[in-house]
Ligand binder design. Sequence first.
Ligand code: ASP
Length: 456
Amino acid sequence: MKVVKFGGSSLANAAHFEQIIKIITSDEERRAIVVSAPGTRFKGDIKVTDLLIKYAEQTLAQEDTAAVEAEIIARYQEIAAYFSIADSVMEKIATVIHGLKSKSFENNDYLMAGFKARGEYLNAYLLTNVLTQLNLPAIFMDPKEVGFLVSDVAQDASVLPKTYANLANYQNETKLMIFPGFFGFTEKGEIATFSRGGSDITGSIVARGLKASVYENFTDVDAIYSVDPHMVKNPQSIKIMTYREMRELSYAGFSVFHDEAILPAIEGQIPINVRNTNHPDLPGTMIVPERDFHPTKFVTGVASSKRFAALYIHRYLLNKEVGFTLKLLQILYKYNISYEHMPSGIDDLTIIFDRKQLNDTMVKEVCDEVNDTLHPDQLEWIDDYAIIMVVGEGLQKSPHTVENIIRPLSDNEIELHMINQGASKIAIMLGTKQSDADAAVKLLYQHFFANNQIDS
Ligand code: ASP
C-alpha cells in the first residue's frame, strides 16, 4: 500500500482536484490519501488555513466575522459546484464554518487550533464526497473515530504512540481512505494541530501506522534541489538522499518537506518520495534509510538559515574550571531556552540559539546573569548570525572537503564565525554573518555542483 499526501497547492481548486484524482486512480496501490486545506490559487491569494486564522482572531476580538466566513465557504463551494456535489454536503460545510465562532474551547490556544484544523477536515470531507460521486468508493477517516491521538500542546502537538496501533486496524480497508492532515485529538478530546505545514507529519504517521511500502508526498516542485531554487537558477535536483541528509538540510531551510515529518518514516523505515502533482510522471526525490545507500557525490545539498543568534564567552582557563558549562546551562534552563550548538575552544565558548526563543529583554537578562554568575573576561551577544550547512553522506569519505569549502569563501572575503565538522558525520556547519549567507551558499553550490563535484 502507498500513502499519498497532497499539499494545499495541489488542492486549491477544482482543476487540482481533477488532477489529484487522476494521480490516485492511476495506481491501485494508492489506498490512503492525506490532504491539506486548499492553498493559494494565484499570486496574492490567501490559503484557507490563513483565512481560518483571521476568522479565529476576529472571533477573539469580538469583531464581525461574516465576510471571512463567506470567503472560506466560497473556497469549498467553488470545488463542490464543479463536481455537482449534493447541496447537503455544502450545507454541512457551511454549518461547520458558521458554528465555529460559538463553540467553546479550553482556552484561546485550543480555539486557534480548532479553527485551523477545519481547513483540512472539510477538504477531506469534500474530497471523499467527490470521489464517491465519481463511483470511487472512499471513506472519510475522521481522526476522532480513527484514534489519531496527539499530545496536549494545542498548536504544536506530537503524535502519541497509540495512534500507530489504532491506524494498523485499517490496513485491510478496501475503500480509499481519506485523512485530513495537520491535526489529531488529545486524550481529553480537544483538537490539537501540528506546527504549520504539518500535514506532511500526518502523512508520515499514517504511512507508518498502515505500514506503507512508500509515502508519496505530492507538492508543487519537481524534486528537492541541491540548493534553494530561489537562490540559484535551475539547480541540480536530488534523485535520492537519506533521511539524515534530509533532516540536516531541512533544519537549515529546505522547506519542501516538514522536518518533523521525517521521524515517523524513519521509525517505520518507510521511504519517502517527494513528487510534483503537476508533473506526476517525473520520479521526484526518494528519501531512504541510510543502509544500502551509496552516495554518488560527496555533497548532496547546501542550505542556509538566518534565524540564529549567538552568545560568545571568553574566560581564561575555562578548560580547567569544573562546572562552568553546567552553571551556564542552568541559567538557560531557568529561562526555558534550548540551545542549537555549542562550539568551544580552550578559553572560549559560543552558544548558538534560535533567535525566536528570546526577546530583547530576555537577551539582556540572560547576559546579565551570565556576567554575575560566571564572571567571564569577555561576553558578547551576536545577533547577526547565520548557519550554512554542507550536507552529504559522501562527506565521510572525502578528506578535502573543508579545504574545498573554505577556499571559495576566503577568495571572496567571506568571514567565517565558526566551522563545525565531526559532530555530524554527514554535515559541515559554518557560521557567517547573515548578510554573507546567500553569497556563501551560491559560491559553495557553484563550487561543488556547477563544477561537477571537484572534491576528491
Ligand atoms: N494547512 C496547514 C498550513 O497551511 C497545514 C499544511 O498545509 O500542511 O500550515
